[in-house]
Design a protein around this ligand. Structure first.
Ligand code: 1QQ
Length: 388
């Protein structure tokens, strides 16, 4: 009994010594008086954030919306004064190699605390492993393919995964039109369009739909007559199309021109006003699911729509909204971390719960995916409307 008591006493003393050592570690980390490398003492935490977006070429409309959304958030955040963000923006041109060298420059030369982007999942698949290895928090605001946040602990996204959006859009379309037979079209040279296809096929099978044909295309293709002629001859009730806006809009235009007037269900890439700009009336009948709906009766949403429209002369889309909330999520994480340190910002980001953004109330799940509810929209009369 006595021996047990002595043992307990020794353990308690060892524990106390251990705790004292930990505490001592913390005090040595405190900065000496006069050191203002961390401006928290001056009121605002200063942080440099790198943005990689598709700014030139066939997907420049995505990058424009993304950087507009970020810049609007930047003005507001910096005006508030808790956090002072400095942005460094790089164009990836929608290309893997360019996205990767942009990331390397931002991480190693500009020494950013965190990254937003790149725009495409195809690009993110090469940037995220590099950023994760370097311990740089990275948030996709438009990357929706399966498996992006799973790349590593530093990788997050506030964009809606295809695996959530596509089944929601398909279910509504099936209920409304009594769909039984579908044709699928997808770009087989892009990570996002392939991932969207996997979800479309699996969901169609689960829902007991008959898949009449599966047709493929590539980025930059301009003629879809062969695929569409075959699809028309099979008489589907609905076309599932996994495409970026440029190819998606041309597909719809050519389909309508040959009298193929069935509804389309598209993924995230199709959810852009650029589709209406390119295809005009031929875009009517496109159904998509999105966390963003600009006509929502919500003060925060309407305030954002007004400020964005005043500043840029056009209405924001989902890409602008996700990017706007993305910078706000970082601002919140940096404020909570109290310092512009990559690890501290990563941890603070992972801990965000119920953040009120324009996309809704947001939290990250355990892998770094945002939890959100999609709304299903349809293009009708040349604009996105609620699909009911
Ligand atoms: C992805 C996408 C694209 C539509 C972004 C522009 O969702 O690549 O994941």
């Amino acid at each position: 009994m006595k021996n047990v008591k002595i043992l307990m006493l020794a353990l308690t003393m060892m524990m106390a010594m251990f705790l004292a050592a930990c505490g001592g570690g913390k005090t040595t980390e405190e900065k000496p008086a006069g050191d203002n490398t961390d401006s928290a003492s001056a009121g605002a935490v200063e942080a440099k954030i790198g943005v990689i977006a598709w700014m030139t070429g066939s997907g420049a409309g995505y990058g424009e919306a993304i950087t507009n959304g970020i810049n609007l958030a930047l003005d507001e955040i910096n005006a508030k004064g808790d956090v002072k963000i400095d942005l460094v923006v790089e164009d990836s041109a929608g290309k893997q190699e360019q996205a990767l060298s942009a990331a390397q420059k931002l991480i190693n030369s500009d020494n950013v605390v965190a990254l937003i982007g790149p725009t495409l999942s195809t690009e993110m698949n090469v940037v995220a492993p590099e950023a994760d290895l370097a311990g740089v928090p990275t948030m996709g605001t438009s990357t929706t393919a399966q498996g992006i946040p799973e790349i590593g602990d530093y990788i997050f996204r506030d964009s809606i995964p295809e695996s959530l959006a596509i089944p929601a859009a398909m279910q509504k379309a099936i209920d409304k039109y009594g769909v039984k037979k579908v044709a699928i079209m997808y770009g087989n040279d892009d990570v996002f369009t392939k991932s969207g296809f996997d979800t479309m096929k699996a969901t169609a099978e689960e829902m007991g739909l008959e898949i009449l044909t599966i047709e493929t295309f590539q980025k930059g293709q301009s003629d879809y007559n062969a695929q569409l002629t075959k699809i028309k001859s099979l008489n589907p009730d609905l076309i599932l199309a996994s495409a970026l806006y440029n190819e998606g809009a041309v597909i719809m235009d050519q389909a309508r021109k040959m009298g193929l007037n069935v509804p389309f269900v598209g993924g995230n890439g199709f959810n852009s006003p650029e589709v209406i700009k390119i295809a005009g009336d031929a875009a009517n009948g496109l159904i998509v699911a999105t966390p963003w709906f600009g006509a929502k009766e919500d003060a925060k949403v309407q305030d954002f729509v007004k400020k964005y429209t005043d500043k840029y002369g056009k209405e924001p889309d989902q890409f602008a909204a996700q990017a706007y909330d993305g910078l706000y999520l970082y601002a919140e994480a940096i404020k909570n971390a109290g310092e512009a340190d990559r690890d501290a910002v990563r941890d603070a980001l992972a801990e965000i719960k119920d953040f009120e953004g324009i996309l809704g109330t947001m939290s990250f799940d355990e892998v770094g995916d945002i939890v959100m509810e999609p709304t299903v929209l349809v293009i009708d009369g040349g604009q996105f409307k609620l699909f009911e």
